[in-house]
Design a binder for this molecule. Structure first.
Ligand SMILES: NC(=O)C1=CN([C@@H]2O[C@H](COP(=O)(O)OP(=O)(O)OC[C@H]3O[C@@H](n4cnc5c(N)ncnc54)[C@H](O)[C@@H]3O)[C@@H](O)[C@H]2O)C=CC1
Ligand SMILES: O=C(O)[C@H]1O[C@H](OP(=O)(O)OP(=O)(O)OC[C@H]2O[C@@H](n3ccc(=O)[nH]c3=O)[C@H](O)[C@@H]2O)[C@H](O)[C@@H](O)[C@@H]1O
Length: 446
């Protein structure tokens, strides 16, 4: 009989993982403590925007027309404990409110709630991003809590998906890492991932600690690569170079590669910023703080990008933002997502607002989340409406629809033809030809 899988936590990671498991042929029960979320999902309404995910959910949701019926959602832990052979933990692990450390309370709560309900052998598989050492701690806790003792096993299977590409990244990942403490866990996880493994996706079987580190090290490396090119952008601005050409040049070196060398306002989102901070805090706890000291600098470089953009905006409007109208194109932390967690675009919009600017934001998908996070900003229904009457336009999230904007047409409604490209993806020539003053980050002033 096919394995039955529960996925605990129905957010960006959990919904995607649950639907992908159903796509791979398993019976799946998604669980969340947010009742509105569970109800919405049960009715086929997705609480997040992720390209292709709604179709995947509809293809499998129980009760749907022409669906396989392999996917359901619940808020009942008893039901999940009864149902699952494997339980994937996909709850959030945010930054602690009072410091850099990772807040593990939700993962702990999952183990504490599920553990005592497990009355038959089961494998609990952590996917949330956690500080190294958590899995070992949780394995002991689980065995102590569960009526079946050591037959409630724990493994770690970190997730590397990117928002905007979550479905493809889950069904065809670059690699699968499983951290296990025993043969049974490996056997079950090989069965879960049999299709991608048969399709050639590399599988790495490690101990628990290495699997946890595989995740935090990957995000630390990606953050480092972005901050490296943003440091080069600072140098380019000081020395008169062009960071886009510099990145192209570096990227041709196969040992370096062009990806993640896009200079601009830096990285945000629910993961890279909090993961490098959590990694720093954990290294400190382990007495190895000096090993990761460089991540502090990575973080500083990144945060400077946001301040730098506000300074560029202030300079563009003549030295004071007071009463100036600023159009902000983009609110999501990256295109093809509605996620505004630690979004550089919104952070910059908020800073400008605090400095007295009248800020109007437009984002193709992130408006509801942006309004909830920054209710004091003004929001427009389109890019054109945001730009109308603006003293300066800031391009802060590189949605494809912004790449296709017509500078001539926008020039007719803008208060002044000034634009700053915070992502280095717009075509400077096209804007300049349409009479715009165009400024990019780390590129010569045009
Ligand atoms: N968002 C992403 O692209 C990726 C996220 N991750 C990691 O995955 C984890 C989850 O991240 P997201 O999905 O973005 O978070 P999220 O905030 O979108 O979703 C978390 C969900 O867990 C639910 N939840 C919280 N406590 C619960 C509990 N005790 N029982 C059941 N459900 C509970 C929440 O209601 C929420 O729906 C984090 O550790 C994150 O670092 C890893 C790779 C990619
Ligand atoms: O742990 C996670 O949650 C995920 O974090 C990132 O994925 P994600 O945050 O979805 O998005 P990225 O594409 O990594 O972009 C992160 C941020 O960096 C910025 N970025 C990215 C690339 C670049 O060259 N320059 C740059 O500023 C983006 O605009 C965005 O704000 C990782 O890429 C995933 O592998 C990982 O699973």
């Amino acid at each position: 009989m096919a394995l039955r899988i529960t996925v605990i936590g129905a957010g960006y990671l959990g919904i995607t993982h649950a639907a992908a498991m159903a796509e791979l042929g398993f019976e799946v029960l998604g669980l969340d403590i947010d009742l509105d979320r569970v109800r919405a999902l049960g009715e086929g309404r997705l609480p997040i925007y992720e390209p292709g995910l709604a179709d995947l959910v509809h293809r499998h949701l129980a009760g749907g027309r022409d669906s396989t019926g392999r996917l359901r959602f619940t808020s009942e832990y008893e039901e999940a404990a009864e149902f699952g052979d494997l339980h994937f933990i996909c709850v959030d692990t945010p930054q602690e409110r009072t410091g850099f450390a990772t807040d593990m309370s939700k993962v702990d709560r999952v183990v504490d709630t599920l553990g005592p309900l497990l009355r038959r052998p089961a494998l609990v598989v952590g996917k949330s991003t956690v500080p190294v050492g958590s899995a070992g701690r949780l394995a002991a806790r689980l065995a102590g809590l569960s009526p079946v003792g050591a037959d409630a096993e724990l493994a770690w299977n970190p997730e590397f998906l990117r928002e905007g590409f979550a479905v493809a990244d889950t069904l065809r990942p670059d690699r699968i890492v499983i951290g296990v403490a025993g043969d049974q866990a490996e056997k079950l996880l090989r069965e879960v991932y049999a299709v991608p493994i048969a399709n050639g996706v590399p599988l790495l079987v490690t101990d628990l600690a290495t699997a946890e580190l595989a995740k935090t090290a990957a995000n630390a490396f990606l953050a480092t690569k972005i901050s490296f090119i943003n440091a080069m952008a600072e140098i380019c601005e000081a020395a008169g170079g062009d960071v886009v050409q510099l990145a192209d040049s570096l990227g041709h070196d196969e040992r370096i590669g062009r990806r993640f060398l896009q200079a601009g306002i830096g990285f945000g989102g629910g993961c890279l910023p909090k993961d490098i901070r959590g990694f720093l805090a954990r290294a400190d706890e382990l007495g190895a703080a000096s090993a990761l000291g460089f991540l502090r600098e990575i973080d500083s470089i990144n945060m400077r990008r946001r301040t730098h953009m506000t300074e560029l905006a202030r300079a563009a409007v003549g030295g004071s933002l007071l009463g100036r109208r600023v159009a902000v194109l983009g609110a999501a932390f990256k295109p093809d997502s509605d996620d505004v967690r630690d979004s550089p675009a919104l952070n910059i919009a908020g800073q400008l607002h605090l400095q007295g600017a009248q800020v109007t934001v437009f984002d193709p998908k992130g408006m509801d989340n942006a309004r909830a996070a920054f209710p004091t900003l003004a929001y427009a229904l389109s890019a054109t409406e945001a730009v109308t009457g603006a003293d300066v336009v800031l391009h802060l999230t590189e949605w494809s629809e912004f790449q296709e904007l017509d500078p001539l047409r926008l020039g007719r409604v803008a208060g002044a033809r000034r634009i700053i490209d915070g992502r280095n993806t717009l075509d400077p020539e096209a804007w300049r030809e349409a009479g715009w003053w165009f400024r990019a980050m780390g590129r010569p002033t045009l």
